[in-house]
Design a protein around this ligand. Structure first.
Ligand SMILES: [Mn+2]
Length: 253
């Protein structure tokens, strides 16, 4: 058996939104099968689901293949870390209790193989985004969560599907132009973090824009771009990180 040494990073799969939602789920499951051979840790960096709500007693319909595969990998001893995104912020403790997945609501740092990593989803990091931060605070509030939880799932999930269809992606997730190191919220956040500590790699999602930039001395900021269309992910192996697309790998099989 191959030794498990690699770290894998993936984000913004937005399971549940059309088009091709079934195919996207199958591709994600195929990707998990592909990485399970040599993965030491897998980082799911947010918005894996376009909407999720962990009810106290019932589980939303769908995604059984993904949940089953995550359970399989977790049971194999592969560490799975989940950065909660703005689309799947209502995951609560279901994933940690049921699947043994570590969940994080803020970016976090860790050391691996002598390298320093800073990872997260990437939403709500800009101070200027007041309207967004207010909405995030509102949705993160216990009252809001209790209200949603008290709706019958028939109404709650229908409402969520309706809203998700209307909003699709937020403005900050849809702009496919890079505005510069001094204007991008995630870049500014990473640069600020670099004042306190050195990081070799800052890896985020949320922007749906593939990036691999030097933002300091020996610091790379990688944004994982679009899984929805391009199937990008990043892999750390042998002192280096590469961004790859799963599409050619899938088609070669
Ligand atoms: Mn997002």
């Amino acid at each position: 058996m191959q030794e498990r040494t690699k770290l894998y990073f993936i984000s913004d799969i937005h399971l549940g939104i059309p088009p091709n939602e079934k195919e996207r789920e199958q591709m994600f499951v195929a990707w998990l099968d592909y990485v399970k051979v040599d993965a030491k840790k897998i980082f799911l960096l947010g918005d894996i689901f376009d909407f999720w709500f962990s009810y106290k007693h019932v589980v939303p319909r769908g995604y059984v293949r993904v949940l089953g595969k995550l359970a399989e990998l977790s049971d194999m001893g592969i560490e799975i870390h989940y950065a909660i995104g703005n689309h799947d912020m209502w995951i609560f403790d279901y994933f940690s209790k049921e699947l043994d997945i570590n969940t994080y609501s803020k970016p976090w740092g860790f050391t691996y193989d002598g390298k320093e990593f800073l990872v997260g989803h990437g939403d709500g990091l800009g101070k200027n985004d007041k309207k967004y931060n207010f909405l995030k605070l509102l949705f993160a509030s216990r009252i809001c969560q209790k209200l949603f939880a008290s709706l019958h799932p028939y109404i709650g999930m229908s409402l969520a599907k309706f809203c998700s269809k209307r909003s699709r992606f937020s403005h900050s997730e849809m702009d496919l132009t890079y505005f510069g190191d001094d204007k991008e919220d995630i870049t500014l956040y990473c640069k600020k973090a670099l004042n306190d500590k050195h990081y070799d790699y800052c890896i985020f999602g949320h922007r749906h824009l593939l990036l691999d930039r030097e933002i300091g001395q020996n610091t790379r900021y990688i944004n994982l771009g679009q899984w929805v269309t391009d199937k990008y992910y990043a892999v750390y192996d042998n002192h280096d990180i590469k961004v790859e697309s799963f599409l050619p790998i899938m088609n070669n099989d």
